[in-house]
Every structure is written in C-alpha cells, then in structure tokens.
Design a protein around this ligand. Structure first.
Ligand code: NAD
Ligand code: DAU
Length: 352
C-alpha cells in the first residue's frame, strides 16, 4: 500500500481517486483537515476498503510512526502543505510550521522507520515530495523556462517554505540514502480546487454575479496544468523515477491571468447564457511581490518517463467548468463560514 499525506485537499484527493481508479492499490490518507481539506472530495470512494482515512498532522511523529509500523507502505507521497500564496503573505507562520517544521518531522520519522527495513524493502521504498515551480522565482518575458537546474530563488513566504522543504528532502537522500524524489509542478486547475485560487474563484464569483478580481495589470503569466495530468505524472515518477532526482512538471500552456479570466467568462456565456460576465472583471491592487511569469521546461520527465499532458488548456478548462456547474452542493459546502471571512480579509480595500 501507499501512504498519501494531504489527500483530502485538491491535488491529493484527485490523486487518490485517480489511483484507486487506475491502480487499485490500497491507500492510507493522513490529512489534518485544515480549511483546505475536505472529505467531500472523496465522497465517491466512501466505504471503499482500499481507502483508509486518518485525521492527523504530518508533524506528529508518534502518529506517523504508528501508521508506518502498522501499514508498512512501499511509498509515501507528501501532498500536505499550506498552499495559498496570498495567505502566506497575510500569515506566514503557518507556512513555516507546516511546510518546513512539520515536513521535516515527517521526513525524519520516515527515515527512522525506513532505516530498520530489510535491505530489499529499503531499496524499493520511495518518498515522493510534491513541490512547486514557485521555488524558482520569477521569469522575464524572454527568459527560458524553469529546468531542474534553474537556481532556487523563492519570492513569497509560501515559495520560501516549499524551497526549504525541497532542500531537506534532497539532504535526506544525499546524507542518509532515503530514496526521495521531488516534483516541481506548475499551476494546477481542475475539479475540487478550493475557490481561493484563481480559476475556481473566478467561476464562483462569475456565477454569483460578483466582481472578478484581477491583480495588477492581469499580465502575469502562469503555466497551467490540468490536475489529472499532474496525477499521471506523479504515478510515472513513483513507478519509474530515479531516486534522488527532481522532475519538473508543467502543461506547456502559458497564459496571462486576464486571458484565463476571459476564457472563464466566454465558456460560462456558452454554458449559462444571460449575464455579461466580462463586465464583472475588476482590476484590483496587485499582490505584494507578485511573480511575473512562470514557465516549465518538462523535457526531462517527457524524455525519461514518457509523460506528457493529455489535456490542452482549452479542453481542461471545459472539463473543469462543467464539474463546478454539475456540483453546486460541493461549492455550497466550501463557501460558507471561514471562507467568507477569508474573502473579505484578502479583498478588503483592494480596488485599484
Ligand atoms: P490544498 O491546499 O488544496 O490541500 C492541502 C491539504 O493538506 C489539505 O487537505 C490540508 O488539510 C492538508 N494539510 C495541511 N497541513 C497538514 C498537516 N500538517 N498534516 C496533514 N495534512 C495537512 O493543496 P493542493 O493545491 O492540493 O496542493 C498539494 C501539494 O501540491 C502542496 O504540497 C502544494 O505545494 C503542491 N503544489 C500545488 C500546486 C497547485 O497549483 N495547487 C502546484 C504545484 C504544487
Ligand atoms: O505555480 C504553482 C503554484 O500555483 C502552487 O505551488 C500554489 O500552491 C498555487 O496556489 C498556485 O500559486 P499562484 O499564486 O500562481 O496561484 P493563484 O491561483 O493564487 O493565482 C494565480 C494567478 O492569478 C497569480 O498570478 C495571481 C492571480 N490572481 C489570483 C487570485 C486569487 C488574481 O489576479 N486574482 C485573484 O483573486
């Protein structure tokens, strides 16, 4: 079996659904259920004995140690993290606590357990650390895309905390021989993404007749990847990746934010005609330290593991929009209480 951390969040939950659907090997899912964790994401495998959910913290050494001893996973995939850049600007401490301190505790607990395994199990074991392209910093318009050898230059507290965890993962492989692999992926979008992130926030606000807040001039560029393609990349890295290596994962779909928002408006106008969605676009104050451009060179994972994305940005966005339209209950469930507080805090006085 495999141990997945953060499996009630956006990418972790999509990964577990994809894994159960394609591989079928049992999964233990350790998740703290922060505001971003939602067991409703896994409702379709409710009662399936191949998925065991455990509420807990990756930083809790006793709990992680007990899970390892009991289930003897052949791999750990670490998705658990604080992930929203704007939250890291308003409250960086939680990012250091989870992404650095708790991730270190997880890594160290896994190492202690792994060190006592029989030699053959030790060699087969894998620790996959799911990381981000934000560790590389920001690109100018003419710069080449991030490759695995691009120097780290994280700009936000979120990116810095992920960079710190990447370095620890690397050191644990180099020093102790723990078979770790790190993936650095670009912006994901797709079903079950918490509507604090750009794509689902625009869908939710457009449907509610609210402003569509675009930071700055809207010309910041991200390299968009459909979440199902990220899951496929992680399966390939687990199956065939070389221990000690890092793999960049990206969709080859560089799009400016304003174009992403306009696409949401165009697609919604087809699916739910009536309102003038474009008229809801509102340029607001920029994010402090806002990275201008991300782009991923995914040649290594393509060449070594034969992975490439199946969805184009257009096809992935259509699937995504349809999922949100088909799941109003999911949306209603995640957009009450704490969510409303966050929206008013982040967007207070943000008119440009
Ligand atoms: P998310 O915020 O949707 O989910 C994070 C999950 O981790 C939640 O279920 C939360 O409850 C859980 N969690 C948080 N702290 C925990 C702790 N201490 N112990 C156990 N569980 C904890 O995040 P996501 O977008 O699914 O991202 C998953 C991973 O992928 C993160 O490591 C992120 O850095 C990385 N990543 C995300 C993207 C993206 O575009 N979303 C792109 C590249 C990499
Ligand atoms: O690149 C990978 C990263 O992508 C992941 O590591 C992060 O976990 C994930 O949150 C994401 O970070 P971004 O900051 O790029 O994603 P976000 O959806 O917050 O913003 C995407 C772009 O849209 C960014 O340039 C900021 C802009 N934006 C965002 C929001 C929420 C707006 O213009 N308006 C908004 O309201």
């Amino acid at each position: 079996m495999i141990l997945v951390t953060g499996g009630a969040g956006f990418i972790g939950a999509n990964f577990i659904l994809d894994w159960i659907g394609t591989n079928g090997e049992p999964v233990v899912n350790l998740d703290k259920l922060t505001y971003a964790g939602n067991l409703g994401n896994l409702a379709s495998i409710d009662g399936d004995a191949r998925h065991v959910f455990v509420r807990g913290d990756i930083g809790d050494r006793a709990q992680v140690g007990a899970l390892l001893a009991r289930h003897r996973p052949r791999a750990v995939l670490n998705f658990a993290a604080e992930t929203h850049v704007d939250r890291s600007i308003l409250g960086p401490a939680a990012f250091v606590e989870t992404n650095v301190v708790a991730t270190f505790a997880l890594l160290d607990t896994v190492r202690g357990w792994w060190a006592e395994l029989p030699a053959s199990e030790k060699a087969q074991f894998r620790f996959i650390h799911v990381s981000t392209d934000e560790v590389y910093g920001s690109l100018g318009t003419a710069d080449p895309a991030f490759s695995e050898t691009t120097p780290y230059a994280p700009n936000s507290p979120y990116a810095a905390s992920k960079a710190a965890s990447d370095h620890l993962v690397r050191a644990y492989c180099h020093t102790y021989g723990l078979p770790t692999l790190t993936t650095n992926c670009s912006n994901n979008y797709g079903p079950r993404q918490f509507p604090e992130k750009l794509v689902p926030l625009m869908i939710v606000n457009a449907l509610a007749g609210k402003p569509l807040p675009v930071y700055g001039d809207g010309a910041n560029v991200r390299d968009w990847l459909y979440v199902g393609d990220h899951c496929a990349a992680l399966r390939a890295v687990l199956a065939h990746g070389r221990a000690g290596e890092t793999y960049n994962v990206g969709g080859g779909a560089e799009v400016a934010n304003i174009e992403v928002v306009r696409m949401v408006c165009r697609m919604l106008a087809e699916a739910r005609p009536g309102p003038d969605y474009m008229a809801q676009i509102a340029f607001v104050k920029d994010r402090p330290g806002h990275d201008r451009r991300y782009a991923i060179d995914a040649a290594k994972i393509r060449r070594e593991l034969g992975w490439s994305p199946a969805e184009s940005f257009e096809s992935g966005m259509r699937r995504t929009l349809q999922w949100y339209l088909d799941n109003p209950g999911w949306l209603a469930g995640v957009t009450s209480g704490e969510y409303k507080k966050w929206i008013s805090l982040n967007y207070a006085a943000s008119a440009a």
